[in-house]
Design a protein around this ligand. Structure first.
Ligand SMILES: O=C(O)[C@@H](CO)OP(=O)(O)O
Length: 255
């Protein structure tokens, strides 16, 4: 239900709650791990914050990975809005982490150095090492992607490559709803959301290195008619959001 036509347009970006591989500190990417107990609590708390904000969503979008899908369900459940239309699309998936998927982040930093790992994790256009196309975990063997053009299925992705698949989905599928003044919720992942935030906030390729998105804290945008950002901010305690983003940043440091 559109908010008053003259008011700002509301968009919420929500990173999934803590996943099993966030807990074990492993590069996750397209690996379909579930939420931990803490992740479930985070998703429910996110729903409570959205409820307290009085948001009534018209449509929600998520990836085809269960940590984001379940986060969306739990948040919608808290708001008693499980009835809204939900679109799942692979283009909102986490960035594909290539050959790093499954490796422990701190151990990888010990082996290759903090700087190399920072480049792999946060540089704009340097992709991590590729995942062998014959590796059984390659997306081309996963039935959920059977209708995706195999040429589009990644073996690794930089943030730039991620952005290049997220943005067409944004323009084709999400923008038309925002233009109708609908209130939109996107439950996705650290790096697919970094790509969107980079675009919305006009963050440069260099500055994006510093941006980390915490799990399970809704980021509310208010947009004008041209979908330019009027305001943005995490719901709830701003200090908690800052501390959680700092913790994400420090996950991949050698001990
Ligand atoms: O492992 C991943 O897929 C992502 C998100 O958890 O990690 P990072 O924050 O290191 O990009």
């Amino acid at each position: 239900m559109a908010d008053e036509k003259k008011g700002t347009i509301k968009l919420v970006l929500l990173r999934h709650g803590q996943s099993e591989w966030n807990l074990s500190n492993r590069f996750t990417g397209w690996t379909d791990v579930d939420l931990t107990e803490q992740g479930i609590r985070e998703a429910r708390q996110a729903g409570q914050l959205l409820k307290a904000e009085g948001l009534l969503f018209d449509i929600a979008y998520t990836s085809v990975l269960k940590r984001a899908i379940r986060t969306l369900w739990l948040a919608l459940d808290e708001m008693d809005q499980m009835w809204i239309p939900v679109v799942r699309d692979w283009r909102l998936n986490e960035r594909h982490y290539g050959g790093l998927q499954g490796l422990n982040k701190a151990e990888t930093a010990e082996k290759y150095g903090n700087e190399q790992v920072l480049v792999w994790r946060r540089s704009y256009d340097v992709p991590p090492p590729v995942l062998d196309a014959n590796d059984p975990t390659h997306p081309r063997f996963d039935p959920r992607y059977r209708k995706v053009d195999p040429a589009k299925l990644p073996s690794t992705e930089s943030l730039k490559i991620t952005l290049e698949r997220v943005m067409p989905f944004w323009h084709e599928c999400i923008v038309p709803h925002l233009k109708k003044h609908e209130t939109v919720l996107i439950a996705a992942h650290g790096n697919s959301l970094r790509a969107l935030v980079k675009y919305l906030d006009g963050i440069s390729d260099d500055e994006i290195v510093e941006l980390n998105i915490p799990t399970g804290i809704p980021l509310l945008y208010e947009l004008d008619e041209d979908l330019k950002v009027v305001s943005r901010g995490y719901l709830g305690d701003p200090e908690a959001a800052k501390a959680a983003a700092e913790a994400v940043k420090n996950q991949a440091k050698a001990k």
